[in-house]
Design a protein around this ligand. Sequence first.
Ligand SMILES: [Zn+2]
Length: 93
Amino acid sequence: MENKKTAAAKEFGGDDKTAKKTRRPQKRKVCEFCEKGVAMIDYKDVSRLRKYVTEKGKIVSARTSGCCAHHQRQLTVAIKRARNMALLPFKGE
Ligand SMILES: [Zn+2]
């Protein structure tokens, strides 16, 4: 039983978990701020900033949010300012 499994896995060049997975090219996320032509992210725009903060209060990474480096940098500053103004939590609710 086990021998058959490993033999099949070797054929695919990996263990049977990875053999069955087919990697599809992911659709590239587009920066929301670039799309809307936002020049400067406002820390007072809490409703927008909330989308980029996790339930625990952490800032969502650029990889997840799809933001470009330029706007991700602005976003982190805006979120940190909003935290200091008590508009966003430092720690999750
Ligand atoms: Zn952008």
